[in-house]
Design a protein around this ligand. Structure first.
Ligand SMILES: Cc1ncc(COP(=O)(O)O)c(C=O)c1O
Length: 391
């Protein structure tokens, strides 16, 4: 092929983001299942339960009605109002629905927020370990993700001190925080959150708070950053608490000055968020009793793992505060969590995600277990791991 023709087929440099290794674990697990062997799935971070019955019913009624058209770019007004009301109910915060933006999952929210808040070249701080798409979306948009190490001293959350130290070395434009966090499952308490936001804002660092795991808090109640400052951008989703991953629906709470720019971005990037998902999401708020029962299931799963894994041999893990993740240190057994995860899958039939997906520095010592399955699966996983490690 001519050089010029070859160049036509060359993807852009910014599209060269790393893969999500958890997908490779899923593929390996599927191969084992295709051979007729059983696998306990603890690799993917999604609920096993369906969306609330109220949401399914509303979607079915809308489908029966026929036409599903576009909506306003910022979302159906009644859904925005219902989300604002959720802040009054849950956090005792009177929120103007005009500040609520409906998004295509929180993933769609990150793209809108990063575009609206940052210029290409801006440096944005992230906790390490952390959710990989933060850094991959930022770099695809031409921003520079800056990983800041966390440790047990700060409950594996980004501390105000570490943020300022990084800012003094080279100025930061923003920071993304998450509590409860993925993959660690740890949380920041309300004081730590308020301290971090105060320090960041005093330095002109814009704060984005990913609150996708709110509602799934066991150690203590999660506080919203929207209650700390009106300048913070909050990102949330129906994927986790409301068990609606495949519906691709989430929301943001943004400062007044960002509403119109984000509306213009959404008009151009997506026109609007899927209408059926918006209708279902509004009705999901009426299904909270059902979702609380699902949450109690996670609490029981958490108890089974916290009791059982140490007896099985995995006795070092981070505080299991919230979300549905347990982040276990496997350094006693291996310096290569990818290899350890492969062997555990192959030999014990338990699928978990190697830490290198979330932490390029120390992830080779960690595995992430998702406990959003059934209690029976948790017992089975503990037993299989125990037998495998003591062979
Ligand atoms: C911390 C965190 N943020 C955001 C997301 C994206 O979720 P969604 O786009 O389904 O709302 C996930 C998904 O696992 C996550 O763990």
């Amino acid at each position: 092929m001519l050089e010029a023709a070859k160049r036509l087929l060359m993807p852009s440099k910014r599209s060269n983001v790393p893969p999500f290794i958890v997908m490779d674990v899923m593929a390996a697990a599927a191969q084992i299942e295709a051979q007729g062997r059983r696998v306990v799935h603890m690799e993917v971070g999604q609920p096993a339960a369906p969306a609330p019955a109220t949401a399914l019913k509303a979607a079915q009624a809308a489908l029966a009605h026929g036409r599903i058209g576009y909506t306003e770019a910022l979302g159906i007004p009644s859904l925005r109002a219902r989300i604002a009301h959720h802040y009054a109910e849950t956090y005792d915060l009177a929120l103007d629905p005009a500040r609520v933006v409906v998004t295509t999952g929180s993933s769609g929210g990150f793209i809108l927020a990063f575009l609206a808040l940052f210029e290409a070249g801006d440096r944005v701080a992230l906790a390490n370990p952390g959710y990989p798409p933060y850094r991959h979306i930022l770099s695809a948009l031409g921003c520079e993700p800056v990983l800041i190490e966390t440790s047990a001293d700060t409950r594996w959350a980004l501390s105000a001190t570490a943020l300022i130290a990084a800012h003094r070395r080279t100025p930061l434009k923003g920071v993304v925080i998450a509590s409860p966090a993925n993959p660690t499952g740890t949380m920041m308490d309300a004081d730590a959150l308020a301290r971090l936001i105060a320090v960041a804002e005093a330095e002109g660092i814009r704060v984005i708070s990913d609150e996708i795991y709110h509602g799934l808090d066991y150690a203590f109640t999660a506080e919203t950053a929207a209650n700390v400052s009106e300048r913070v951008v909050v990102i949330n989703s129906f994927s986790k608490y409301f068990c609606m991953t495949g519906w691709r629906i989430g929301w943001m709470v943004v400062p007044d000055s960002f509403v119109r720019p984000i509306e213009r971005l959404q008009q151009n990037l997506a026109i609007s968020v899927p209408t059926l998902a918006q209708i279902a999401a509004e009705a999901a708020f009426d299904g909270r009793a059902e979702m609380e029962a699902v949450k109690h299931g996670y609490e029981e799963n958490r108890r089974i793992l916290v009791d059982g894994l140490p007896k099985a041999g995995l006795d070092k893990f981070l505080p299991v505060d919230g979300a549905f993740y347990l982040y276990a240190n496997v350094a006693r057994f291996s310096n290569d969590s990818l290899d350890f995860a492969k062997r555990m899958l192959e030999q014990a039939g338990v699928a978990a995600t190697p830490g290198i997906d979330f932490d390029p520095v120390d992830g080779r010592h960690f595995l992430r277990f998702c406990y959003a399955g059934s209690a029976a699966e948790m017992h089975e996983a503990v037993e299989r791991i125990g037998q495998w490690l003591t062979r």
